[in-house]
Write a new protein. Structure first.
Length: 371
């Protein structure tokens, strides 16, 4: 079998300055809007203030700084009830989401795909509303809902690094990237977190001009607007300013080669260091040998798939680079204290009455496969 070549380029150097970023986004944009754009923010649980706040702040500051009502936004929930935020707070919803919703910009935001009782009806309504809305945006796991509603076929999609591989496998008709955000014609997607503000300012800059986007960034203390082609960073624990580019490259290679894992020697060769140097980097920054860290990464991917898909344990073990289900089960139990099947069963029981556990390409979540 031919071994994977380097699947992830080294972290790029300095990115485009804020003005260049916004100007590039604006170059293909229509002229400044002369009327108020209606924005519907569809927030689905679970979501936090840090997930919704950058959206609202960017829109409010656009109006305040420009001096005109450029955007009129409203919070929408599935059932018109307040949107619960992590920490116990709530955000009032102005209306329920149904297929009569009319807006210029539809934003779907959630921080984890979590099906609910009326998921199928929600998807049907989302498909109808999305098809007749000029601009549709998915933030963080909001992209899962858009993809399941058929609204991302043939579009570039920025998927969060944690579920990038799973999303790419499940939605083959999308063009999935690990960029922080993507703006492709009338669709915008972003990986969530800090990239939410980046993507919002890029969209506002495209519609209203780069100067306004820069002034909003200044008001929010965002010194630099990141361009959409910046890759997501795989998080790991280091002291501020101590990220090592060789280690970043090694982590990206591991992330990109889950199903057919690379050896430590192969990783070292691809990032341009000796195996001993690679081991030293992992011990210094992560406190673990490369092989142990790689195993933990594969097991974390496996756990995500157990909870979010209906794939069998055997399918998941192979997709995460294990030669046999027995080897996978032993490694999983040693890592998490339970077998894969026990962990899946426990996760389902923690959901709403044993609700389905994950997205499928053909509709909302289905019951897990039993073996």
């Amino acid at each position: 079998m031919t071994r994977p070549t380097r699947s992830s380029a080294p972290a790029e150097a300095a990115r485009t300055a804020a003005s260049d970023t916004a100007s590039a986004a604006a170059s293909d944009a229509p002229a400044r809007a002369e009327r108020t754009a209606e924005v519907a923010i569809v927030a689905l649980s679970p979501v936090s203030m840090s997930g919704v706040g950058p959206i609202v702040d960017a829109l409010n500051l656009a109006n305040e700084i420009d001096g005109r009502a450029l955007y009129r936004w409203r919070m929408v929930s599935w059932n018109a009830r307040p949107v619960p935020l992590s920490g116990g707070a709530q955000w009032p919803a102005e209306s329920a989401f149904d297929d009569t919703l009319a807006c210029d910009w539809l934003i779907v935001v959630t921080e984890r795909f979590q099906p609910f009782d009326d998921s199928r009806l929600f998807l049907a309504n989302l498909a109808r509303v999305g098809q007749c809305t000029p601009l549709v945006t998915g933030i963080h796991h909001g992209i899962w809902w858009l993809a399941m509603a058929g609204l991302l076929h043939g579009y570039r999609v920025a998927a969060n690094w944690e579920t990038y591989q799973q999303f790419a496998e499940q939605f083959e008709r999308t063009i999935v990237t690990q960029h922080i955000y993507e703006i492709d014609r009338d669709r915008a997607t972003c990986a969530g977190g800090q990239s939410t503000l980046d993507s919002m300012l890029a969209m506002i800059g495209r519609e209203q001009g780069p100067e306004l986007a820069e002034r909003i960034a200044d008001a929010l203390g965002a010194s630099t607007l990141r361009s959409g082609d910046e890759r997501q960073r795989i998080p790991f624990v280091t002291a501020p300013g101590e990220r090592n580019p060789r280690l970043n490259d090694a982590l990206q290679l591991m992330e990109a080669n889950i199903e057919d894992p690379l050896t430590s020697d192969e990783i070292a060769g691809l990032v341009g260091v000796s195996r001993r140097q690679l081991e030293r980097l992992f011990r210094q920054y992560l406190g673990a040998m490369p092989s142990k860290y790689y195993l933990g990464l594969r097991l974390a991917k496996a756990r995500s798939q157990l909870q979010r898909t209906s794939k069998s344990v055997v399918q998941i073990s192979l997709a995460c680079g294990f030669a046999s289900a027995a080897h996978f089960s032993n490694a999983y139990r040693e890592r998490f204290g339970v077998t894969p099947r026990e962990d899946r069963r426990n996760w389902i029981e923690r959901q709403h009455g044993g609700a389905a556990c994950g997205p499928r390409a053909d509709g909302p979540a289905q019951p897990p496969e039993r073996e």
